[in-house]
Design a protein. Structure first.
Length: 189
């Protein structure tokens, strides 16, 4: 065997040759990349993991400022959602201030709310609420598409003086506790 080694990013790896390391990596990673490209790839993943840890810390320890007159509802969302999801939800709360319930009617176990803007009453959305299970659906289908309640549903929550986000409007993957549940289930920290 030849004596020597390789230098990768300023570090000397004694006894390794680029071709031998590439063949070892090829056994585990079916790839056309060489060792240096693989190290850059690993560095990229480490950077992504670090940014995720920072975001997790900010979500768990950060206290976002409240921006609407719906303080209790906004605080409820801040306590449940991750910081990035909460920042997506805040503008929805702001837009809900320009909405109002135009009409509501009971049909069986559902209440159907007609929601409109103050300045354009001809444009309407319909929010369906099963008051027994506290489930909400809107004709705009934003909740089904993005997993975040729309301003029309928020308008209904405010109209009904609901100060805490119902569980049906909070997807588990958007919560601060998602990773804790995954870590405990899988058994790693």
């Amino acid at each position: 065997m030849k004596k020597g080694g390789i230098i990768v990013e300023g570090k000397f790896f004694a006894g390794f040759w680029t071709t031998s390391i590439n063949s070892i990596i090829a056994k585990y990673v079916n790839s056309r990349y060489n060792l240096v490209e693989f190290i850059h790839f690993n560095r990229c993943f480490n950077h992504i993991r670090w940014k995720e840890v920072q975001a997790d810390l900010a979500s768990m320890n950060g206290r976002p400022s409240m921006q609407t007159c719906f303080q209790q509802l906004e605080r409820s969302a801040a306590n449940v959602y991750t910081l990035s999801i909460f920042h997506m939800f805040q503008p929805i709360l702001v837009r809900a201030t320009s909405m109002k319930v135009i009409n509501m009617r009971q049909t069986g176990s559902y209440v159907i709310y007609s929601i409109g803007l103050d300045r354009t009453p001809n444009e309407m959305w319909h929010v369906f609420c099963c008051d027994i299970e506290m489930e909400f659906n809107c004709s705009c289908m934003r909740m089904e598409s993005f997993g975040i309640p729309c301003e029309h549903i928020v308008c209904v929550l405010v109209h009904e003086d609901i100060e805490e986000l119902p569980r049906s409007l909070v997807l588990p993957q958007w919560t601060k506790t998602t990773k804790v549940g995954l870590q405990n289930a899988v058994g790693f920290h």
